[in-house]
Design a protein around this ligand. Structure first.
Ligand SMILES: N[C@@H](CCC(=O)N[C@@H](CS)C(=O)NCC(=O)O)C(=O)O
Length: 374
């Protein structure tokens, strides 16, 4: 068992190295915030975790701190502030996991990672979990050696261009013939736009940048005609960076891809997977039931139903069976909030709203749904 798991990890790391090479990424550079890893130290961390046959859950508990991989420059999702703190929707999901595991939403060390660096950081054990506007795809789930938690934000790829170039919010891929299209390296974005352009029979020039700031600098100075990534990323960048003398339009109205974003972690660690997954599900169920950071104490004292009572640590609770304290998810909602609170606080300010989107509650026509807590 130990031996086969060991070989599985070696194989996964080898497969990843090939993939990283294909992305033009060395896997250890390009992080100006000190998150790059030395290969030797990183490998030994992985070996230790695997040989012990332990779970990342035990590592996090004994360390007393969660190490969470984020972007650091994804507007409204994870943004490093001047004082070093990290804000955003993804950052709050890191805090939710820390609240569930350690009872303290502040017990998080954030590691900013570029798109190309992010999976190596999970493989090597540099981060315990990656919550970085990351799309769940078949190759990442298989070849790259990750497992994925529940989708926290249903997104899709769109394009953004200057209105003065004749683009509108109804433009289509057929309208981008001859354009210089700028993307971030190591993302799903590069392949999606190439396939979409081919399918539409248009020729584009693709420019790939390691840092996403360079993509938007290019849109401002005219060296890029189009920036393309997840729609949420474009909305955030438009709010933050559109110059007063330009108007940026986002199109086509129907995204060119599916980008289900959520937490991801090293494969084959079921105990850790359960903790991440049920932390997310708890926030969704609390939203369904109207249990918020503001009313959770009353709800705990007087639960509206059995499921709420169990999730808040009462009769029949299942958190202790997962290696957590009974009040793990009480701490999540009390300290961080339910799904709706986390969404509204971080995403409404940039103009992203749940209503009518795939991120609405399942009961309201969206895709936000959690299995029963029983
Ligand atoms: N969801 C896509 C794209 C994720 C991605 O990295 N997008 C870029 C383009 S905006 C980004 O977030 N940049 C912010 C950053 O690099 O910090 C994926 O998983 O590949």
């Amino acid at each position: 068992m130990g031996r086969s798991k060991w070989w599985q990890v070696v194989a996964a790391i080898m497969a990843f190295s090939l993939l990283a090479a294909a992305c033009g990424d060395s896997g250890s550079s390009n992080n100006d915030q000190g998150a790059g890893t030395g290969g030797e130290e990183a490998s030994s961390t992985t070996v230790a975790v695997v040989q012990d046959g332990g779970s990342v859950l035990d590592t996090v508990i004994s360390r007393g701190k969660l190490i969470c991989g984020v972007s650091g420059s994804a507007v409204a999702f994870s943004e490093t502030q001047a004082d070093g703190s990290v804000t955003g929707f993804d950052a709050d999901y890191c805090r939710a996991v820390a609240a569930a595991v350690l009872g303290d939403a502040t017990a998080v060390e954030f590691v900013p990672l570029s798109a190309s660096e992010r999976f190596t950081a999970v493989q090597t054990g540099e981060v315990d979990v990656l919550i970085r506007n990351t799309t769940w795809t078949q190759s990442r789930d298989t070849d790259v050696g990750m497992d994925f938690g529940p989708t926290t934000y249903y997104d899709g790829q769109q394009l953004m261009a200057r209105e003065s170039d004749g683009f509108t919010s109804d433009s289509t891929i057929a309208d981008i013939e001859g354009a210089v299209v700028c993307v971030n390296a190591g993302t799903t974005t590069e392949k999606n736009i190439t396939e979409a352009a081919d399918a539409a029979g248009v020729t584009i020039t693709l420019k790939t940048f390691e840092e996403s700031d360079a993509v938007y600098d290019g849109l401002i100075d005219g060296s890029c005609d189009i920036a393309t990534t997840d729609g949420s990323g474009l909305v955030g960048r438009k709010v933050k960076q559109q110059p007063a003398d330009q108007n940026w339009v986002i199109f086509p109205p129907t995204p060119i891809s599916k980008e289900p974003l959520g937490p991801t972690y090293l494969q084959n660690d079921s105990k850790w997977a359960d903790v991440i997954n049920w932390t997310v599900y708890a926030t969704i169920i609390f939203d369904e039931k109207g249990i918020t950071s503001q009313n959770v104490d009353e709800m705990k004292a007087n639960p509206p139903d059995g499921e709420a009572g169990r999730l808040l640590g009462g009769e029949g609770e299942l958190q202790t069976a997962m290696g957590l304290s009974a009040d793990a998810f009480y701490n999540v909602v009390k300290q961080v909030g339910n799904y709706d609170e986390i969404y509204a606080k971080n995403l409404n300010p940039v103009g992203l709203f749940r209503q009518g989107s795939q991120n609405a509650r399942a009961s309201e026509g969206g895709l936000m749904f959690a299995p029963p807590a029983r």
